[in-house]
Design a protein around this ligand. Structure first.
Ligand code: TEU
Ligand code: CA
Length: 555
């Protein structure tokens, strides 16, 4: 096995292609737009680019509904554009991670078009078909995007399972032909030279064969998650994938594992390399979730945040590898959620949360625009939103009297996936330099102040702060390998920890509040300050949103 574990030292940058850069003025980001901005990413210093799906898709869920795994979406360009982009990346020493969406396909994929034709079609068993139960759906499961998880199909008078939209039918992984198709397709991309996969909801590919009813939430549908996440055969499937594909190439793999626990993560991301290199866990994303699921405006309390982050750091130590992230294309903007996006503290708090994440153990992910402190969109009307999840939830919740329109809109403003999907803010020209046409989703009006050009011109910008964090990871082995231990475990405002390696110790302290807070962590001993978001410190305190990282030798 080729296993030099370069991905432990890497920083991965996520591109959401639809919103990154539009090269031809149709208002939609595309591959040539990405290629044009590779020098920007090189300047930032990241090693790997994870590209959200660019395959042929009818875009019911912005490319996470794939109708052809071996073709590029027309709106994004051609396979030639892809090949050129990949070779331009490799020329610059950048690696490319593809999004692998194989829990489901689009209903327009030719496999499904065949599958729904008849009960004895050769593709029938590629998907999960069930008979009605007592004249209704096979069970009470709700889909992640609202409504039932079952869609009735007139043609054969049966239901198919869709954990997400009805246009995203779930593949039947129990069928070994399906697995072979997926592995062959992955091999095809590996032979093209891609450097890894981010595996969409890969924890959901094995379902509980009993298909039991779920616990009813909001009085509407049953919760499917306990029966579709971390199912009985998921590890078997991933080990098979590893043997047949992954182990043959030098790749980085990260599983997006909804519902993952520490115990499960130790299997998915075990350092023995039998399955994947790391997983995205969701616990720190879900802390504020409550009776209305993710739809809340509640902030995340420090104690809970610390508890979750420390648990993942401490319990995977030496056994499995963590991925580190504050945001992605499904989450609100990091600075708005974990920092403070008001004019006074946006920059300093964006640097603070970056410090907090990048000094932890694991592979850090930066979501496009995070490196310039882009903020939530806070759109006024539901009509401004584009995301299937937000739109469906708005109507489902308000029409069923679960939440009123005002509260639901507030929650959407705080938590909607569209917060992450507004166009990348390149400069202060029209449409933030994203497009010369009409963008598919509104640009955040704050682009006049917050944009990449401005950041590149300011040596003190968030951009250069990220650049330094990335550089430190290359210079200091302790950031990669040091053992983590939480500090100040009762503090209401400060998140602090240490990393140790040999006779060295790294101490990291981050004030998550807008107040000055007492902190004596750095007073005992002289150390070398590696990075801080303030130029001057005050003895015995951390200033609002202050972050400090100090290295001690001979401890
Ligand atoms: O997301 C999977 C997932 O767990 C989501 O339900 C996530 O929790 C939710 O979007 C948060 O609001 C993946 C992709 O990242 C997402 O973009 C896709 O829509 C989804 O799978 C279906 O492919
Ligand atoms: Ca375009």
């Amino acid at each position: 096995m080729n296993n030099n574990l370069w991905w432990k030292k890497s920083v991965i940058y996520q591109i959401y292609p639809r919103s990154f850069a539009d090269s031809n003025g149709d208002g939609i980001g595309d591959l040539n737009g990405i290629t044009e901005h590779l020098d920007y990413l090189k300047e930032l210093g990241v090693d790997v680019i994870w590209l959200s799906p660019v395959y042929q898709s009818p875009n019911d869920d912005n490319g996470y509904d794939i109708s052809d795994y071996q073709a590029i979406m027309n709106e994004f360009g051609t396979m030639e554009d892809f090949d050129r982009m990949l070779s331009e990346m490799h020329k610059r020493g950048l690696k490319l991670v593809m999004d692998l969406v194989v829990n489901h396909t689009s209903d327009e994929h030719r496999w499904f078009v065949e599958s729904r034709k008849s009960k004895n079609n050769p593709y029938r068993d590629y998907y999960i078909w069930k008979d009605a139960k007592d004249g209704k759906e096979p069970n009470n499961w709700g889909s992640s995007f609202g409504g039932s998880a079952w869609q009735y199909d007139e043609e054969t008078e049966m239901y198919y399972l869709h954990c997400f939209s009805p246009k995203q039918p779930d593949l039947n992984w129990e069928n070994e032909t399906v697995r072979k198709e997926v592995f062959d397709m992955m091999t095809w991309w590996c032979e093209k030279g891609v450097d890894g996969f981010r595996m969409d909801v890969i924890s959901m590919i094995s379902k509980d064969p009993a298909y039991p009813d779920g616990e009813v939430v909001n009085g509407l549908y049953g919760n499917k998650d306990p029966y579709v996440c971390n199912g009985p055969r998921v590890h078997e499937y991933l080990q098979e994938m590893n043997q047949k594909v992954l182990s043959k190439y030098d790749l980085v793999t990260v599983g997006e594992t909804a519902g993952v626990t520490i115990e499960e993560a130790k299997k998915y991301a075990n350092l023995d390399g039998r399955e994947l290199n790391m997983v995205f866990q969701f616990e720190h994303m879900d802390i504020a979730a409550g009776e209305h699921g993710k739809w809340t405006t509640d902030r995340i309390p420090m104690k809970k945040l610390r508890e979750v982050l420390n648990k993942w750091q401490e319990e995977l130590e030496g056994v499995a590898w963590n991925s580190l992230y504050w945001d992605n294309h499904d989450q609100p903007r990091a600075v708005s959620r974990f920092g403070n996006d008001g004019p006074m503290y946006r920059e300093v708090s964006a640097k603070m949360i970056a410090t907090c994440l990048h000094m932890m153990k694991g592979t850090p992910y930066i979501y496009q625009g995070e490196e310039i402190g882009m903020t939530n969109a806070y759109f006024k009307n539901i009509e401004d939103y584009r995301d299937i999840e937000s739109i469906n939830a708005f109507y489902e919740y308000t029409e069923n009297g679960i939440m009123n329109e005002e509260d639901m809109l507030d929650a959407i403003r705080a938590i909607s996936r569209d917060n992450a999907r507004t166009p990348m803010q390149w400069d202060d020209s029209a449409n933030a330099g994203f497009t010369t046409g009409t963008p598919w989703i509104k640009v955040n009006p704050n682009y006049l102040m917050i944009n990449a050009k401005q950041a590149m011109e300011d040596p003190d910008s968030i951009f250069y702060y990220y650049q330094k964090l990335i550089r430190l990871r290359k210079e200091q082995e302790i950031i990669v390998e040091g053992v983590f231990k939480g500090l100040l475990n009762d503090d209401e405002n400060i998140y602090a920890y240490q990393r140790t390696l040999g006779d060295k110790k790294l101490v990291v302290a981050c004030n998550f509040s807008d107040r000055e807070v007492a902190c004596d962590l750095f007073e005992q001993q002289e150390g070398e300050e590696l990075i801080s978001n303030y130029h001057f410190h005050k003895e015995g305190v951390l200033k609002p949103y202050e972050a400090r990282v100090v290295l001690y030798e001979n401890v």
